[in-house]
Write a protein that binds this ligand. Structure first.
Ligand code: IVH
Length: 670
């Protein structure tokens, strides 16, 4: 392929991918399969590697993330980002509407929208291309989060058609989808991490994360609700929304009643009532409804106060709450021994579902609430799966009721609980004898992301432990088929599958085995980092806290947990047994690999004589380095070839990053 052909091909692929993305995420009408999409994306990625001179910061390949932002620069808003007046009262809403009707002295049309509960962002487009995305900040200036915003698939990088203004800003809300949020939390709990508190804070926290590939993996979505530009393009807000949809933005759907025109107060209340009843069916959280005057001319006449426009108001729903009786408290024991108290409630209907249980978080929370036996508690439901207890109806407390005493011993094995300094949770320290910990650890060990033992599930583990056939995960490797056959509902074929699955797991790579061991705070990513750095289990077991903390992204908490784990005789013995059974306890290295580039973040730029760009990338990884796409504060080294991009060179010089050529690179790894 000639250079010119490559350039053309890249242009075509970028256009096609943008179009397919738009069809998938905005129109909900995909034209090709996910597989075909990935193929095209991979083809473009390859061409971009081979032809860095045709780089495009808005290429669809940027959506997978990878670029790191160390500091988010502060940017002044061109138009201040105002807030909204809000009310919880229908009378106040009516007063507000009557007041502006009087001010204007003419008929008005309104637009009703949902009030999305996320983080506000202002995105500027110039000549149809995404230029910059900025958080609300204090309203006059915010943080530049462009790199992270580009990973959100429903935000167009390149607009559709050609009817958009040369430059404009569009504002909207970035929020987290509930299904994805809950799934993320389940995974965190399984890893022994505290779950995220709620979708809103998680969405705004995610937008400020340094590693955009983490942002790309989180379930963020957007709705845009405000177009601003120098020239007035439309007569009213509703038209501008419909137009923005044609340009490729996710704007609230009229067909799903996410946005509707209203001619009078009664139609506004219809909208409010409808969503008060149906908001639990939405795949995201809202905290109210926003009512806006539709006509731009009228908006202008009404103007703004210092803080908020006079042409809009938010009506907020009270969080749905009910009072019900606390029947008892159960204390659950997780696989890491963490104790979580759960309130068992008199069943009650809340937000469309019957609630029987609510989370109480930890001992401090129970004390803060001042919970007594059989109290009537207020429960509230947010985006989390389990509702939470938010208060107590003291009027209904029985005079003789006793304050709840937190348990001191494990409800499963009666061992005295411990609470480490700085930790919110109590733990049962009886790791090897406490049944839910024993089963939980084995269930984690066999799970898909760990040893991925086919044919086995939690019920099998339950059975095996109850029947006394296994006590820990190493025992799995001693199991015989004829021990399995007498088990309940175990056929010849399923028993064979289990034995085969266990045998096959001996080929699972070291990083997964390390994850499977179930060391607290050692999730998938941390396990991968540790495996790559230490290469063998022996080296990891010998590592001191100090050595561990020196590994990229390993903190004190993880380091203590790892050394703590291996300081226990029982864990060392288990590991030893697994090793003797033939599990992978070292990184399988490619021939010629080394640690020469360990800890270095390396950017490559330009074309090379001796290697292709793909080869250099592979070499960087093979020798322990990390290859990233753009120069930032984290870059340690640039390998530059013929035709290094001038903007990259400038940035490298500004940041004082060392630039080497391919010969020096070859010397470094030889
Ligand atoms: S319009 C000048 N529309 O609510 C008016 N805001 O409490 C601009 N919000 O900062 C805002 N949904 O983050 C508007 N449909 C919607 C909204 C909405 C959520 C947020 C927005 C704003 C906050 C004010």
């Amino acid at each position: 392929m000639t250079k010119e052909q490559a350039r053309e091909k890249m242009e075509v692929l970028r256009k096609e991918l943008d179009e397919h993305n738009h069809r998938y995420y905005i129109l909900d009408d995909p034209a090709i399969s996910d597989y075909e999409f990935d193929q095209k994306l991979a083809e473009l990625q390859k061409l971009e590697e081979e032809h860095p001179e045709f780089d495009d910061p808005l290429s669809p390949t940027r959506r997978v993330g990878g670029d790191i932002t160390k500091d988010f620069p502060t940017v002044k808003h061109k138009y201040p980002m105002m807030s909204l007046s809000n009310t919880y009262s229908r009378e106040e809403l009516e007063d507000f509407l009557n007041r502006i009707a009087k001010l204007l002295g003419e008929d008005m049309e309104f637009v009703c929208e949902l009030k999305y509960d996320g983080a506000a962002v202002g995105i500027t487009y110039r000549e149809g291309k995404l230029l910059r995305a900025v958080t609300r900040g204090d309203g006059s200036q915010g943080d530049d989060i462009t790199t992270n915003i580009k990973t959100i698939k429903s935000i167009p990088l390149q607009l559709q058609g050609n009817s958009y203004p040369e430059e404009f800003e569009i504002r909207g809300e970035i929020f987290m989808l509930l299904e994805g949020f809950n799934k993320m939390n389940e995974e965190r709990v399984a890893e022994g991490l505290e779950p995220f508190a709620n979708p809103r804070n998680t969405a705004s926290g995610t937008l400020k994360m340094q590693d955009s590939s983490v942002v790309a993996a989180r379930p963020l979505d957007s709705f845009l609700y405000f177009v601003l530009s120098e020239e007035r393009l439309f007569e009213n807000h509703h038209d501008s929304m419909l137009k923005a949809r044609e340009w490729g933005f996710r704007i609230p759907y009229p067909e799903k009643k996410y946005i509707a025109k209203a001619q009078n107060i009664s139609e506004i209340f219809d909208f409010i009532n409808y969503w008060e009843e149906h908001r639990n069916e939405l795949p995201f959280e809202i905290d109210g409804v926003v009512v806006k005057v539709n006509s731009y001319a009228q908006q202008e006449r009404l103007g703004t106060t210092a803080k908020a426009p006079r042409w809009a108001i938010a009506y907020k729903y009270k969080a749905e709450q009910v009072a019900t009786r606390l029947n008892s408290i159960s204390y659950q024991v997780g696989r890491t021994g963490a104790i979580t108290p759960v309130a068992n409630l008199e069943p009650v209907l809340l937000a469309g579902t019957t609630v029987k249980r609510a989370s109480l978080h930890n001992k401090d929370q129970i004390e803060k609430l001042g919970l007594h036996e059989n109290d009537y508690v207020f429960v509230e439901k947010g985006g989390e799966i389990i509702p939470k207890v938010v208060g107590i109806d003291l009027k209904q407390r029985q005079p003789e009721a006793k304050a709840i005493q937190y348990i001191t011993h494990c409800p499963e094995c009666n061992t005295q609980l411990i609470r480490e300094e700085g930790e919110a949770l109590h733990y049962c320290p009886n790791e090897s004898g406490c049944p839910p910990q024993v089963k939980g650890r084995i269930q984690h060990f066999i799970s898909r992301k760990a040893m991925d033992i086919e044919g086995m599930g939690s019920e099998t583990i339950e059975l095996l432990v109850n029947e006394g056939l296994i006590e820990n995960y190493a025992d799995l490797y001693d199991l015989q088929k004829d021990q399995l056959l007498p088990l309940e509902r175990m056929a010849e074929k399923s028993a064979q599958n289990i034995i085969d699955g266990i045998e096959a797991s001996k080929q699972v790579p070291f990083e997964k085995v390390l994850f499977a061991l179930g060391i607290r705070y050692v999730g998938e990513t941390v396990a991968k980092k540790l495996a790559r750095h230490f290469e063998t289990i022996e080296a990891l077991m010998k590592a001191s806290e100090e050595e561990l903390v020196n590994v990229d992204e390993i903190g004190q908490r993880i380091a203590e947990s790892v050394t703590g784990f291996f300081s226990e005789e029982a864990n060392r013995l288990l590991t030893e047994r697994l090793k003797n059974k033939g599990l992978q306890f070292e990184v399988v290295k490619e021939e010629g690999a080394s640690n020469a580039l360990e800890g270095l973040t390396i950017v490559i730029s330009g074309n090379f004589e001796r290697y292709s760009r793909t080869e250099i990338k592979e070499l960087i990884e093979k020798h322990g380095g990390k290859n990233t796409g753009s120069v930032s504060g984290k870059t340690d080294l640039i390998v530059a070839g013929e035709g290094m991009g001038p903007s990259k060179r400038k940035k490298a010089e500004e940041l004082g990053v060392k630039i080497i050529d391919e010969h020096e690179f070859a010397r470094m790894i030889s």
